[in-house]
Structure formats: structure tokens, C-alpha cells
Design a protein around this ligand. Structure first.
Ligand SMILES: NC(=O)c1ccc[n+]([C@@H]2O[C@H](COP(=O)([O-])OP(=O)(O)OC[C@H]3O[C@@H](n4cnc5c(N)ncnc54)[C@H](OP(=O)(O)O)[C@@H]3O)[C@@H](O)[C@H]2O)c1
Length: 311
């Protein structure tokens, strides 16, 4: 690989557009060739080009034929399989694929083995943190794969897309398994906050006071972030983590738990709530599961923010 590799980014959704933007600026600062940006819906790459130093790639074939390091962040297992299959015939020997989607650990392992046959290194690089943290370059990056390739890509990730990199060694399944543990915590916190907010409201304390308490007990954490979304009923208009995404991740989490003989009762309850809310409200933000609990407690799905009303 040359000393100034050609890099590409595939998948410019809520997460990918920000990560690609940070990497593009880093490449510019290193005087490397401009990032090649590709998205299935081409307009998204054009939009990124308006604000960042990127070149728009017209096809996955072009990406594979040109790039030494390819980053990607795609919706789910199917999107990753489809994309890798399109890239595969054209990938350069010695290339590195740095994959950030939340996919099953088994898929990551099988793609790594498949690409190794073509002398392509697969790095699993799932990220922890919402789109707002992707935008501020403060994600937690979970890195696994061949050591030499990890070393090559680290300067394009550490303090670029993330403030913290956790190295997990050679087995790409490891970083996906840790990512699923992370999303176990996120979905469980959402369930607990939704229950606590509903309890406070139904018992007459009021959800504003519950949020104030959470901010003091667990400052600057997911507790306060999700309590804020529930308090202000932002789940329909600001979809940071759609219910469908959480359901996809919970599918992987429950499979991993089953394979390892672990029972996850909070996850089961969360999933039930998520399913009911999606049926009635569509694919809103995860924080919307509070509505189901509110209704069960005899309250309205959306509650008025009394504090805001008083101000
Ligand atoms: N959102 C979060 O809070 C968060 C946090 C950490 C990790 N993640 C993970 O990061 C990944 C991306 O999440 P996101 O929130 O950025 O999702 P998103 O906004 O829905 O973006 C999905 C991206 O995947 C592309 N895509 C979907 N299906 C495809 C297919 N069949 N072939 C090719 N491209 C396809 C989309 O292209 P189009 O523009 O053409 O639709 C888009 O670029 C997911 O695996 C998610 O679990 C998300």
C-alpha cells in the first residue's frame, strides 16, 4: 500500500455522513488523496461534497478498483452482504475494509474469512454513540481484525471519528459482541427511564422532576438524554435511533444471549414495548416506548411538558 493511500467511504446515512466528513478532513490535513464518497442514493454523496473535501464515486466498482482503504457504515446485515458482494470482484489485493455497521458477529467473521482469500483485510469497527456524537467526532470505536491493518487505519479513526478506541484483537467477532453488549445497555436504559418517568408522572411527582433527578444522579449520561426526549415528546420529529434499528440490534443481542445461556428479561420487556409502539405509531425514535407505558398507566401517549408551559 502506498504511503498516501486512496480512501473511500460507503454509506452516508445518519452515522456515516459525519464519520466520512471527519475522515475526509483528516485526509486533507495529511495531504492524502481526497476521500471517495459513495452512497446507494447518490444525492447524499453530492450533499457531502458541498461541505467537505470529497470526490463522489459513481459505482462500487469504481470504489473497489481505486481504494486502498474502504470504510463503510450501512443499515444491516443484508446491506453489508450486498455491498461486499458488489465490491469483491474488483478489490485490490492488500486493500483494507473497515466496516462500522452493527451486524451479527458471525457475519463479520465469515466476511473476514472470505476477503482473506482475496488478500483483503477486514477490520470490524462498530461504533458506540448516537448521530450527535458521530457529528462531534466523539464516538467510542470498537476495533478488531488483523494487527497490521488495524495499525494502518488507527490514525484515521482515533481522535478523528472517536475519542476512545477499544482494541479487541484479531477476532472481528469480538468487537461486534462488545457492540451488542453496548446496545443491551442502551435499550435497557431506555426501558428503565421510560418506566421511571411514567411512575413519577402517574404518582403525581411529574416527569419534569424525574428528569431533574436523573440529571443530578447520573449527570451527562443516556439517562438524562432519553428522559429529555420523553419529557419533550421529541420521538416523532427527531429520530436519532429508530425503533426498527433497535429491534434489529435486539435480534442480534437475544441470539448471542441464547447461544451463551444468558437470560435478558429487561430486553424481552423492551422488545414487547417497542413492538407495540411501532405497530401504532410507526418507526419513531426509541424514546417513544414511553408512550406505551403511559397509556398502560391511564395517561395519554404524549404528555404535556408542564414546566415548558409555565415558562
Ligand atoms: N443511529 C445510531 O444511533 C447508530 C449508532 C451506532 C451504530 N449505528 C449503526 O450504524 C449503521 C448505520 O446506521 P444509520 O443510523 O446511519 O442508518 P441510516 O441513516 O438509515 O443509513 C443507512 C445507510 O445504509 C445504506 N443502505 C441501506 N440499505 C442498503 C442496501 N441494501 N445497499 C446499500 N446501501 C444500503 C443507506 O443508503 P440510502 O441512503 O441509499 O438509503 C444509508 O447510507 C447501522 O448498522 C446502525 O445499527 C447506528
Amino acid at each position: 500500500m502506498s504511503n498516501s493511500p486512496q480512501c473511500a467511504y460507503i454509506g452516508l446515512g445518519s452515522m456515516g455522513k459525519s464519520m466520512a466528513g471527519h475522515i475526509a478532513k483528516k485526509l486533507e490535513s495529511l495531504n492524502y488523496p481526497s476521500l471517495l464518497a459513495y452512497n446507494r442514493t447518490r444525492e447524499r454523496a453530492q450533499v457531502l461534497k458541498e461541505t467537505h473535501p470529497v470526490e463522489v464515486a459513481e459505482s462500487l466498482k469504481q470504489v473497489a478498483e481505486s481504494a486502498d482503504i474502504i470504510f463503510s457504515c450501512l443499515l444491516n446485515d443484508a446491506a453489508v452482504v450486498e455491498t461486499v458482494n458488489s465490491l469483491k470482484p474488483y478489490l485490490k489485493p492488500g486493500a483494507i475494509l473497515v466496516e462500522s455497521s452493527t451486524i451479527s458477529p458471525a457475519l463479520a467473521q465469515s466476511l473476514a474469512a472470505e476477503l482473506k482469500q482475496k488478500d483483503v483485510s477486514y477490520i470490524a469497527c462498530p461504533v458506540v454513540g448516537p448521530p450527535v456524537q458521530a457529528a462531534s467526532g466523539s464516538l467510542t470505536v470498537l476495533l478488531a481484525g488483523p494487527a497490521e491493518a488495524r495499525q494502518q487505519v488507527l490514525p484515521l479513526l482515533d481522535q478523528v471519528i472517536g475519542k476512545k478506541v477499544i482494541n479487541l484483537g484479531q477476532d472481528v467477532g469480538e468487537s461486534l459482541r462488545l457492540k451488542l453488549c453496548a446496545n443491551f445497555f442502551v435499550t435497557s436504559v431506555v426501558e428503565v427511564v421510560a418506566e421511571g418517568m411514567t411512575l413519577g408522572e402517574a404518582a403525581g411527582v411529574g416527569q419534569e422532576k424525574v428528569k431533574e433527578l436523573l440529571d443530578s444522579l447520573f449527570p451527562n449520561t443516556l439517562f438524562g438524554i432519553y428522559a429529555g426526549r420523553m419529557l419533550n415528546n421529541t420521538y416523532r420529529n427527531e429520530i436519532a435511533f429508530p425503533i426498527s434499528g433497535a429491534q434489529k440490534d435486539v435480534g442480534h443481542i437475544t441470539k448471542m444471549a441464547k447461544e451463551n445461556g444468558v437470560s435478558l428479561p429487561v430486553t424481552e420487556i423492551f422488545l414487547e414495548n417497542a413492538k407495540k409502539v411501532q405497530e401504532k405509531q410507526g418507526n419513531i425514535d426509541l424514546s417513544g416506548i414511553v408512550g406505551n407505558l403511559r397509556v398502560k398507566a391511564g395517561l395519554g401517549f404524549d404528555l404535556e411538558n408542564k414546566k415548558a408551559k409555565l415558562v
